[in-house]
Design a binder for this molecule. Structure first.
Ligand SMILES: O=c1[nH]c(=O)c2[nH]c(=O)[nH]c2[nH]1
Length: 303
């Protein structure tokens, strides 16, 4: 005797690029390139256990829906579009009881020409860095959780980073340092407190008020500025400080998480060549890398 314990299905890697034209100046444009994943859950057990496809909304229909809705509704910011898709799928189909949506947005950035003016419809691909959102909604309990993120924001500082005072034992070879290179691919994510976004409709209101864009900007600027300005005691201490600053800046954020690989750059030993005290020439050591993760939330008020 076996039983289906859990299931979910949908379409992944549904990609589109949408152009937004300024109505009073149609060559002034914005673009949004997205990769969308929509996974459905609900009354689908018979499809797995009885080979009965009757309840299945085909994943092809899921793909068509994402594309049609991307054309016919506002996709800025991605949190609004995730909310719109969640509402569409859970309202239209009785058998759908919950939905999990992830949207990854590429960075296309307008750039200045030699006259100093930003061009109206030319964009530079800003590398691997992405803006993301992850929405999970349960129709039965009405539970809604939105987590947004920045991923693969690669940074390096050539001084202003230390690491000393750590546990030393008979397995330790690492020398302590008060000046090292620090480099990482930032994956920062933040959950919104459901108190401020309790329903799918409240997403649209918060999007209109600019909450999702301003939080994304606050998280990105805080990450970049803390990274630059702080004489880092460790990756751990710096990521905690970044998290704390984001929580202080945005009351609607409940928790902030970072996942930071420590991408080591190691000094070449050139003493064999008679060059002593090299502090300028490093080699990147792709593996192994440190990997440091944390989640920071708001402390409970003392009674
Ligand atoms: O910032 C750091 N944190 C560590 O935990 C660690 N471990 C290590 O070898 N180097 C570093 N650097």
């Amino acid at each position: 005797m076996v039983q289906l314990i859990s299931s979910t299905y949908g379409k992944a890697n549904v990609k589109f690029l949408k152009v937004k034209k300024n109505p009073s100046n149609p060559t002034e444009q914005e673009v949004l390139e997205a990769n969308v994943q929509v996974l459905l859950r609900g009354k689908f057990d018979v499809a797995y256990t009885k080979a009965d496809n009757a309840p299945i909304v085909p994943t092809d229909t899921v793909k068509n829906t994402i594309l049609v809705e991307a054309k016919t509704t506002d996709v800025w910011p991605i949190e609004r579009f995730a909310g719109h898709l969640a509402k569409h799928f859970t309202n239209k189909y009785n058998q759908i009881e919950g939905i999990d949506i992830q949207i990854v947005q590429s960075r296309w950035t307008k750039y200045p020409l030699s006259n100093g003016k930003i061009h109206a419809h030319s964009f530079r691909y800003d590398g691997a860095e992405t803006r993301r959102t992850h929405l999970n909604y349960d129709k039965l309990t009405k539970k809604l959780l939105i987590t947004s993120a920045i991923k693969d924001l690669t940074v390096l500082k050539s001084t202003g980073s230390m690491f000393y005072g750590y546990n030393v034992c008979d397995y330790t070879t690492l020398p302590p340092t008060r000046d090292r290179i620090l480099s990482t691919d930032v994956y920062a994510s933040w959950t919104y407190d459901p108190k401020f976004i309790p329903t799918l409709d409240s997403i649209f209101k918060k999007a209109d008020e600019g909450l999702f864009d301003s939080t994304y900007n606050a998280a990105r600027i805080t990450t970049l500025e803390r990274f630059a300005l702080e004489n880092s005691a460790s990756v751990q201490a710096t990521m905690y400080n970044m998290s704390q600053e984001i929580l202080e800046k945005v009351k609607e954020v409940d928790t902030v998480s970072y996942e930071l690989p420590n991408k080591h750059y190691i000094l070449f030993n050139l003493e064999w060549k008679g060059i002593k005290g090299n502090t300028e020439l490093f080699y990147p050591s792709p593996d192994p890398n440190g990997l440091i993760k944390s989640t920071v939330g708001r402390g409970k008020a003392k009674l």
